[in-house]
Ligand binder design. Structure first.
Ligand SMILES: N[C@@H](CCC(=O)N[C@@H](CS)C(=O)NCC(=O)O)C(=O)O
Length: 280
């Protein structure tokens, strides 16, 4: 499916960090650093609070952040694709039977949808350092996040802003790498760990994508989800035995609820409508 990312309709002139003349650490040809300057697309008091950063989630963080945050915005990053190529022995597997969790793999044309959380202070980052890095083998990178919808006069008003991302590269001890969807699905159905069954991890991520970002299509994730469900059916494993508790409710995209002030002048312009079916 040829996916076209959403264009930001409210900030057509937003300064776009085009990615051509900067590398991932944000340095461009004349020595400016994207991440040192104000984040594009988020107004000053939101993006440049001294102690706040945005963290991009694309795996379990989408449905189980586990830390305090003040905002959650759905959107995507460019230059990466999501792949279940990272092994895990501390959350969704054991040292004897590692599970598989999501990571990102570089792909110049790639887009990965997820959500960005605004966190303030150190506790969230300390928690993520333990959960992702110490227990999971992830490291952090900086990249830019494109909100699905930017809203004029809100704190999510431009095309992109900097995010911190936790990514497992092929250099870490738990890396498993590429394998067929059916083999990965088999391993997932056979794995569980202290945080729950590996199936729960895949299905709750797939549910997040379908419920929150239905316009996006992640072939790797959805083919894996189907393969996992087929195996569960073949083996007559009831979903309730692997799905754990219902995920916490996450309030997302509150900036989209900002309504334009309707003035009398505005409403008086609303054209007459006829309810043809009632002929009134
Ligand atoms: N960094 C990715 C993946 C994070 C992830 O799934 N990490 C795993 C393994 S370290 C984890 O935290 N799992 C917790 C769980 O499975 O409940 C994200 O942004 O969501």
């Amino acid at each position: 499916m040829d996916y076209q990312p959403f264009r930001n309709i409210f900030a057509p002139n937003a300064v776009v960090y085009d990615g051509d003349d900067e590398d991932f650490n944000g340095n461009n040809d004349n020595g400016d650093n994207y991440f040192a300057n104000n984040a594009f697309g988020v107004n000053n008091n939101a993006a440049t609070d001294a102690t706040s950063v945005w963290v991009f989630g694309y795996g379990s963080l989408c449905w189980y952040p586990g830390f305090q945050y003040s905002k959650c915005v759905t959107g995507y990053i460019r230059g990466y694709v999501r792949r279940f190529w990272q092994g895990n022995t501390t959350h969704r597997g054991t040292p004897e039977k590692p599970g598989r969790v999501a990571t990102l793999v570089e792909d110049k044309e790639g887009i990965t949808w997820g959500c960005a959380y605004k966190v303030t202070g150190d506790s969230a980052l300390e928690y993520l350092k333990q959960r992702e890095c110490t227990l999971g083998g992830y490291v952090t990178i900086d990249t830019k996040f494109f909100p699905r919808v930017a809203v004029e006069n809100s704190d999510i008003c431009g095309e992109a802003f900097p995010v911190l991302v936790y990514i497992a590269t092929d250099k870490n001890a738990h890396w498993l790498g590429e394998n067929s969807i059916s083999s990965i699905a088999q391993q997932i159905v056979d794995s569980s760990g202290p945080s729950g069954h590996n199936v729960e991890y895949v299905l709750k991520l797939a549910n997040f994508m379908k419920e929150e970002i239905s316009e996006a299509y992640d072939e790797h994730l959805f083919c894996l989800e189907k393969s996992v469900r087929d195996i569960l059916d073949e083996r007559k494993i009831p979903l309730r035995s692997v799905m754990g508790a219902a995920p916490q409710r996450i309030r997302r995209d509150s900036h989209e609820e900002i309504q334009r002030p309707t003035t009398f002048e505005f409403t008086s312009r609303v054209p007459e409508t006829r309810l043809r079916c009632l002929n009134i």
